[in-house]
Write a protein of this length. Structure first.
Length: 133
């Protein structure tokens, strides 16, 4: 396919499904369905369809980052969540923090976690140390 033909095919596809900044949930749903349709064609899809799919992906990601972004949790919230997920109690973290009193102080926000403790927690839960900063 020549460059002129590919360009014309893309222009026709854009005219049929004009992409735009997504501002509503209904628009997001429309473009999600269109993207699923384009992705469903896989290797059978044309270059123009793949180009439109790439553009729709960017537009959908932009909308969803703005509307569905999770609030950043603090280090204690992250630790509490991980403890709950792993069915752990404070006494189960004594090996990380040294003593039950230090675990208690950290869990109640009276003491900051040290870099060494963060490294141990990161290794124990297989998460990035960044989660605890």
């Amino acid at each position: 396919m020549s460059a002129a033909t590919a360009s014309a095919a893309y222009a026709n596809l854009i005219a049929k499904h004009p992409p735009r900044i997504i501002r509503t949930e209904a628009e997001n749903e429309y473009f999600l369905h269109l993207l699923e349709e384009l992705d469903g064609r896989g290797a059978r899809g044309t270059r123009a369809e793949r180009e439109l799919a790439d553009l729709l992906t960017l537009l959908i990601e932009d909308f969803e980052e703005k509307h569905y972004a999770l609030p950043r949790s603090g280090p204690l919230d992250a630790l509490r969540f991980l403890m709950e997920e792993h069915h752990l109690r404070q006494k189960d973290l004594v090996d990380v923090f040294g003593t039950p009193s230090v675990v208690s102080e950290v869990m109640h926000g009276k003491r900051e976690m040290t870099k060494g403790q963060i490294a141990q927690l990161s290794a124990r839960f297989h998460v990035s140390p960044e989660l605890f900063f």
